[in-house]
Design a protein around this ligand. Structure first.
Ligand code: DX5
Ligand code: ZN
Length: 226
């Protein structure tokens, strides 16, 4: 069947100008962003340290769209309530970072947020196969997490297609989000393989005007096969 669906764009604030964070948030919102992606890194799960709940709550005060919070931290269970209080709408954890993914996802939903699982490039889809009922989003990493501006790993394209098939056959409404190296150059292939949401940091904040790049990332007019 040939269908046309609306791709969602979630600009990653990691590549924004932090000296003018509020303005950057307003600008991407006015430029058509659907979600705002916030990358939380602890220097343990990934080799970088970024922001925590304090910055998430500051962004919440100026945002009008859902906050898509990506936890790249060990022991995420210890911080779920803090991120809920800070204003996260979608909270995504890495299965590699929690011993009991089912429990973590269940708790995220109990707290009233949408639950996501983010898979490193080397992590197989089996890690989410038995928790599909608990998931709103599966995020496929197309770079090794830790930094913005890295090159897209093209060999991840078949993984997107395989996940699309698993989700479609499951009957659950789960969005496939792609994070890492997404640009107007890589987005069309990802859309063709069945992606629903694009995170983009350097491609948006490094290439103004934001409305133009966000429009390109949506891949409008591209017919995707499902
Ligand atoms: C990387 C982060 C990404 C990052 C993407 O670990 O999870 O969200 O900001 O940056 P780009 O779009 O520049 O690859
Ligand atoms: Zn991210």
């Amino acid at each position: 069947m040939v269908t046309e669906k609306r791709i969602l764009v979630s600009p990653s604030l990691l590549s924004a100008d932090f000296t003018r964070l509020g303005e950057e948030v307003r600008e991407v919102q006015e430029s058509g962003a659907d979600w705002l992606h916030l990358d939380v890194m602890d220097g343990r799960f990934v080799p970088n340290i970024t922001i925590g709940p304090l910055v998430v709550s500051a962004v919440k005060r100026v945002s009008t769209i859902p906050l898509d919070v990506h936890l790249m931290i060990v022991e995420p269970d210890l911080y779920l309530e803090q991120f809920q209080t800070a204003g996260a709408d979608i909270l995504t954890v890495h299965p590699e970072a929690t011993h009991h993914l089912h429990r973590t996802l269940t708790r995220i939903r109990e707290l009233g947020m949408k639950a996501g699982a983010a898979l490193n490039p080397s992590t197989g889809l089996e890690s989410v196969m038995h928790v599909l009922a608990e998931l709103d989003v599966v995020m496929l990493m197309t770079v090794n997490p830790g930094f913005g501006g890295q090159s897209f790993i093209r060999t991840m394209l078949p993984k997107v297609r395989a996940l699309r098939e698993i989700i479609d056959q499951s009957g659950y409404e789960i969005l496939i989000e792609i994070d890492g190296g997404v640009s107007p150059g890589t987005a069309p292939d990802l859309a063709m393989e069945g992606a629903d949401v694009f995170v983009a940091g350097s491609a948006v904040f490094g290439h103004p005007p934001y409305d133009e790049v966000i429009r390109k990332l949506r891949c409008e007019g591209l017919s995707t096969h499902s």
